[in-house]
Design a binder for this molecule. Structure first.
Ligand SMILES: [Zn+2]
Length: 69
């Protein structure tokens, strides 16, 4: 499970798609015009959200095993 975000390039305002995992790992992404954008996970929120989604994923796959059709 992953989530995409739209952010604006601080240099040129171009729309850039980043993944939650990119933010939690504080990767540097590039906009369409080649500007480097350093992603900052302020307060570790992205990391927390990622963990929450991983847990949710686990719960859902557990449910999938519970219900056999
Ligand atoms: Zn740019």
């Amino acid at each position: 499970m992953d989530m995409d975000f739209d952010i604006d390039c601080p240099e040129c305002g171009a729309n850039v798609k980043v993944k939650l995992a990119d933010v939690s790992r504080q990767r540097t992404v590039r906009c369409g015009r080649g500007h480097a954008i350093e992603l900052v996970d302020e307060g570790g929120e992205a990391r927390k959200a990622e963990k929450t989604m991983r847990d949710l994923d686990k719960q859902i796959s557990k449910l999938g095993r519970t219900f056999k059709f």
